[in-house]
Design a protein around this ligand. Structure first.
Ligand code: SF4
Length: 396
């Protein structure tokens, strides 16, 4: 029990569960996931192990609080089939939800049918994030996605018919992708009536098959100017349909912003469960669960990543790689994350974080602006986001 003046350590109000399975690996992907064919455990065992990792947090010496969001991502959670609905049902039994909680699952078109969509809705899922990426079959084939455009449309329809909110992921700046192909994808996506759309430029990640193909000249390097133009085109097409860009890569109809992802960008704590998942704890909770190395250290925030391998089995309490942030680093991180949001960060918060001088330099370069006493990233700044975020983090 906490004494007077101490804060009661609470488990975070947001939970992320990583499902490390995919039908096959897409050419550009460096997320931690294994192709289903290479995994010996069945999906029921995997779902049960992930549930056990989540439940193990309830055995620690901290108070649970009602969850405002659960996000089951991956990987391809929908590959768990009806076991995914069972996982959601277990999690929502063990972790009571706040009245208006958001419960999102990621799904891929090839593994989401009307039966699964209905079962997810019955289990308490409120929202599906569907990995469509493109509605051009040639582009999907280039990316080595395990579905075609017709399958993506059918999966989106299943989500709508189950009464679930729909978010679509799309990728632009792909070698061989024409402007017309991108426009067709954007317009085709709107026909599917999503409330939320995420738009990412293709990034060539080291160690992926696409990176190898670029290295030997089989595939041209994506052109950042083309990707920037396509991002602007997306903003234009989506704005005309009533979508506001509320974060660098995310658009929503009014009130349909992702509450889970917004928690990441506003410094809220969250639990991460499953191989490769990340979590974040405040210092009080981190100390209560014994994660802060030494008392008296300047620790305000703790980030962790879950280190375990599906091929070796998932234990309820896997090893965590831990990174601690000081109070000053935490304040700078909050400003850096806040600049991802369209609403930006209050100028006085940035000043207290010691980021004012870095922001003035970025303003001179046209990457941020000061509007109504809030620092906001400009259009150009969003296109050069890493420059903005790293300058604020470095405090330069
Ligand atoms: S489906 Fe998603 S997580 Fe799986 S390999 Fe493709 S991009 Fe990666």
């Amino acid at each position: 029990m906490s004494s007077a003046g101490e804060t009661t350590p609470l488990l975070p109000a947001h939970l992320y569960v990583h499902v490390p399975l995919c039908r096959s690996k897409c050419a550009y992907c460096d997320f931690y996931s294994l192709p289903l064919a290479g995994v010996t455990e069945d999906v029921s065992t995997i779902a049960g192990s992930l549930a056990a990792q989540a439940r193990a947090w309830l055995a620690r010496d901290v108070e649970p609080q009602r969850l405002k969001s659960i996000y089951i991502g991956g990987g391809t959670p929908s590959l768990l089939g009806l076991e995914l609905a069972g996982l959601v049902a277990l999690l929502t039994t063990w972790f009571p939800l706040a009245p208006d909680a958001e419960v999102t699952v990621e799904a891929n078109p090839e593994s989401l049918d009307p039966v699964l969509a209905r079962a997810l809705a019955d289990a308490g899922v409120t929202r599906v994030s569907l990995g469509v990426q493109s509605l051009d079959d040639a582009i999907l084939s280039f990316l080595e996605r395990p579905h075609d455009a017709a399958t993506a449309r059918a999966a989106a329809q299943a989500v709508r018919e189950a009464g679930l909110a729909l978010s679509l992921d799309l990728i632009c700046g792909i070698p061989g992708q024409t402007t017309q192909s991108w426009i067709d994808t954007l317009e085709g996506a709107l026909v599917l009536r999503p409330e939320h759309v995420s738009v990412y430029p293709l990034v060539i990640e080291a160690g992926t098959p696409l990176s190898a193909a670029v290295a030997i000249g089989d595939v041209p390097e994506p052109d950042p100017d083309v990707a920037a133009d396509m991002m602007l085109l997306a903003q234009h097409v989506l704005a005309q349909a009533g979508f506001a860009r509320y974060e660098v890569a995310n658009y929503a109809l009014p009130g349909a912003e992702s509450r889970h992802n917004t928690a990441y960008w506003t410094g809220a704590s969250y639990l991460g469960v499953g191989p490769g998942a990340h979590g974040m704890l405040d210092a009080t909770t981190a100390s209560a669960v014994g994660f802060v190395p030494a008392r008296g250290e300047d620790v305000a925030r703790l980030r962790y990543s879950v280190v375990c391998d599906l091929r070796e089995g998932l234990t309820p309490m896997p090893r965590l790689d831990i990174e601690v942030l000081t109070a000053a680093e935490t304040r700078r991180e909050d400003v850096m994350l806040g600049l991802r949001l369209a609403r930006g960060v209050p100028a006085d918060q940035a000043a207290v974080a010691g980021a004012a001088s870095a922001l003035e330099t970025l303003r001179a370069a046209g990457l941020v602006e000061l509007v109504d006493s809030r620092w906001r990233t400009t259009e150009r700044g969003w296109l050069l986001g890493n420059e903005v975020f790293s300058a604020v983090w470095a405090g330069e």
